[in-house]
Design a protein around this ligand. Sequence first.
Ligand code: MG
Length: 382
Amino acid sequence: MTTPHDHNTRLQRAVLSLEGLALGDAFGGRFTYRDTAGRHLPPPIWYFSDDTVMALGVVAILSRHTRIETEPLARLFAANFQADPYRGYGQSVRRVLDRIAEGVPWSVAARESFGGTGSMGNGGAMRVAPLGAYYADDLSTLVEQARASAEVTHAHPEGQAGAIATALAAAWAWNHRSETSPQFGRVTTQAVVPPEPLTPPLRGDPLPQGERDVFPSESGENKSHTSPLVGEVGPLRGPGEGCGRDLSRTGGVDTSTRSGQDLLAFVVEHTPLSETRTGIEKALALGPDRSIVEATTTLGNGSRITAPDTVPFALWCAARHIDDYSEALWSTVEAGGDNDTNCAIVGGIVILANGRESIPTEWFEAAEMLPIGSPAGNPDRP
Ligand SMILES: [Mg+2]
C-alpha cells in the first residue's frame, strides 16, 4: 500500500491516543485493590500494563508499515511479551503469544484457544484506540484494520467486534474534538515521535523492589520487570498518495453534535452484529444520567474480561464524560472490574476529544514513562 500523504498527521494523533490509553491503563491498574472513595490519587509510580505494551506494538506497526501487517504485528506482540512477560497478560493471550514465539502461525495460534473458537476477550479492544485515531477519516479502512489488529490474538468475532467498536469511538472523538484545547494548536510531530528509528529496541526502567507485586504471575509468585521491549515508533514517512474517504461532516472538526449519545449511536451503526454491539445498544438506551451501579448491572464491568462484558461499559463511560478526561477515568474505576483495560479504552478515546492539556499535570508526573522517545506525558519533565 502506498504511504498515505498525511501519514505523519495520522501518526501524531495515534500517539496522542496512545498517551491517553497508557495513562488510563496505569491509573486504572492502581485501583485493583484500592478504594475509590474520596478520589485520592494513588501514590506513584503508576506502571502501565499489557494494554499499553500491545498498543505500543500497534502504533509501531502503523508507523513502520503505514497499515496493520499481521505477521509483523504478531511477531512484535510475541517478542514484547517474551522480553517482559509480567505486565499482567491474561492466561489465554499468554498461550497464544508463546505459540507465536515458537513459530506457530498467528492464524493457527489464535484459533487454538477455547476449543478452537478463539478468544472473545477484551485484548483486541484495549490496544486499538490509536488505530481508530490513525484512520479517523477513513471508516471502511478503520473497520478492516481494527479487525486485523485484533485477529492475530483474538479469532472470535466478539473479540474483533470489540476492537472495531473501540476504534470507531476513538475516530468519533477525534472528529468531534474541541478546537479550543491548547493541545491542538501546540502539539507537533517532533514532540511525540522521534525522527529516527529507535535502535536498539526501546527499554523501560525495571520496577523498583517495592513495586514487584504490581503484576503478580499467575502462580502468585512475584516477578521483577526487566528490560521491556516494546517496539519502535519508526521514522516519519514521506508523502504519497492519499487514501480513504472523509467521514467527518465538514472535512474537519465537527463540534455541532458533540454528545456522548451521538458517539454511541455512531458506534452502533458501524459495529458488526454481535453480542458486543447489542451491549452498546443497551448503553445507548441507558443514557448518560444513570449511575455507575446501574450501568454495570446492565452492561457489565469487564470482570469477565470479554469484549461484550467490557466494551459496552467502557464506551458508556467514555461517552458519558467525553468532555472530561479525569472525570471519565474516575467514574470508570468506580465500577471495579477490569480497571486497567476499562481505563485504557476510555483514556485512549477521551483524550482525542480534549487533548493532552486536559489531563492534570500530576497524573502525567505519577505515571511510568512511555518508551517512545519522549515522556509519556510531560515533555518538560526532567
Ligand atoms: Mg492490563
